[in-house]
Design a protein around this ligand. Structure first.
Ligand code: ADQ
Length: 457
């Protein structure tokens, strides 16, 4: 069997506390199976880039990390990745910043990755590159003579052609993806958008899922990521989960809980969610003291201005809505800015009658799947899910789908979920759970590595 080399912006080492996401755990399991290496940025900076690799071996997983220069981090990570590609790929061209310095730094760091990882690659190794930080890495490796099988998986959406066209480097960037052998997306929609750009703007041709351009061919794959469902079910029965469940139910004093759990990010639709909830309070005064919205949103990417803005905007909105509707014995929104362990999250999800997952755009959204996995089969809650999350393509079998831009739809969905009879809740939950269990993170990983191994060298 070939060795697997995973390359991503950041690397996750196995942790004894179990505080990791399903993705990290699944990739580590793959690395153990394939005797591989996980390569990426250490998160640290150095005065002068020297390509020194720090190897670590923890619980059978080898990680290899490099430090980057301050300017690299500024241009590549805070710049091109977080201020150019992330907003653009989430359809927010109003927030996207187009700076040649960012683009240059992005390419430089990808070249640095290529230079440092290349000597580690053996002839039969298979490489798997993760996410939008690393689009040009495959091309950079090919330019250096790497003939190995290389796959790429995009964790975020691919934007529609006419939006992508606003990026000065759009054609160049898309073309670099042709250097890979397999390119994976969460949904048909993101894959279609990629193919559309490649065909219309670059003149590529496509047949039977294989895209061809200038003598290169790449297999396009829809491979929706899942969670480690079994682990999450176990987590929901753990002691921390039970304690958290009890705390939540006690704090709710008989009221129904609606819960939202997100990284604090403008793509997650938090402002729209608050407005939708406010609309619900306006339209259903009889429900006012019957529910509480708990929004958990730990800050992320705090050095980027658009993230500071959303943070203060949400604080203002929560304050305003609470000011308008709260009473001495009730607040409508509890807004919490911290992260919780997976066990505790499982308890929080289980205590919530409604999981409110309403991103404006999301590659997949794993919170939706975690919410489903954590439910009590005898008395499950209702998932309200944005139709613009990748997860909607699988969970439409049981979720209440909403347009997150419509406060009215969100209000209607909340009242529908609150009034939903037990038998319907169970039926909807079961339909979703079948998918969450079958198409889990191991299934996702296997589907990708199978596609990659099937490529003729
Ligand atoms: P993210 O945008 O980070 O990931 P998501 O898929 O929702 O989004 O995953 C977030 C993870 O962080 C979940 O596992 C969740 O439990 C955890 N988390 C969130 N808030 C937390 C809190 N307060 N405390 C502890 N944990 C918390 C990107 C893409 C997604 C895609 C994933 C995987 O943007 O669309 O689903 O990658 O491909």
């Amino acid at each position: 069997m070939s060795r697997l080399i995973i390359v991503s912006n950041r690397v996750s080492t196995p942790s004894a506390t179990g505080a990791q996401g399903g993705l990290a755990v699944a990739l580590q399991a793959a690395l153990r199976e394939y005797r591989g290496i996980w390569f990426g940025w250490s998160g640290e900076t150095t005065e002068q880039f020297d390509g020194r690799i720090n190897f670590q071996r923890v619980e059978g997983v080898t990680t290899a990390t490099i430090d980057l220069e301050e300017q690299d981090v500024e241009e590549y990570y805070n710049g091109y990745a977080n201020r150019t590609l992330w907003p653009l790929f989430h359809y927010r061209i109003d927030l996207a910043e187009y700076e040649r310095g960012f683009a240059g730094g992005y390419q430089r760091v990808n070249d640095r990755f290529a230079d440092t990882v290349l000597p580690l690659i053996e002839p039969d190794d298979v490489l798997w590159v993760q996410d939008y930080h690393m689009f040009p890495l495959g091309q950079a490796l090919r330019d250096r003579g790497c003939a190995n099988r290389i796959g790429f998986f995009l964790h975020i959406p691919w934007p529609p052609r006419r939006l992508l066209a606003t990026l000065p480097e759009a054609a160049e960037l898309t073309r670099t993806l042709l250097a890979y052998d397999v390119v994976g997306f969460h949904t048909e929609e993101w894959l279609d958008a990629f193919r559309d750009f490649a065909v219309v703007e670059l003149g590529a041709t496509e047949q039977d899922g294989v895209l061809r351009l200038d003598g290169r061919s790449v297999r396009l794959l829809v491979d929706p990521i899942g969670i480690d469902a079994q682990e999450f079910i176990t987590a929901s029965r753990s002691t921390p989960a039970r304690l958290m469940f009890r705390r939540m139910r006690e704090a709710a004093v008989g009221r129904d809980l609606i819960v939202g759990v997100d990284r604090l990010d403008y793509s997650k639709g938090l402002e729209e969610r608050f407005l939708g909830y406010e609309r619900f309070l306006q339209e259903h005064p009889e429900e006012r003291k019957e529910v509480t919205l708990l929004q958990i949103a730990p800050p992320s990417r705090g050095t980027v201005e658009s993230y500071q803005r959303i943070r203060s905007s949400l604080e203002g909105m929560a304050g305003r809505i609470n000011g308008a509707y709260a009473d001495v014995d009730w607040v409508p929104i509890r807004y919490v800015n911290q992260g919780y362990s997976r066990d505790m999250l499982a308890g929080i999800y289980r205590a919530a009658r409604i999981g409110l997952v309403t991103p404006l755009r999301d590659g997949m959204n794993l919170v939706a799947k975690e919410y489903v996995a954590a439910q009590d089969p005898e008395d499950p809650g209702v998932l309200i899910l944005s139709r613009f999350a990748g997860a909607a393509a699988q969970l439409d079998v049981g979720a209440v789908l909403v347009n997150p831009y419509s406060a009215e739809e969100m209000s209607d969905a909340i009242i529908l979920a609150l009034k939903m009879p037990l038998n319907e809740r169970i039926e909807r939950w079961r339909a979703m759970m079948v998918n969450v269990e079958a198409e889990d993170v191991l299934w996702w990983r296997q589907r990708f590595t199978d596609a990659l191994e099937a490529v003729a060298v």
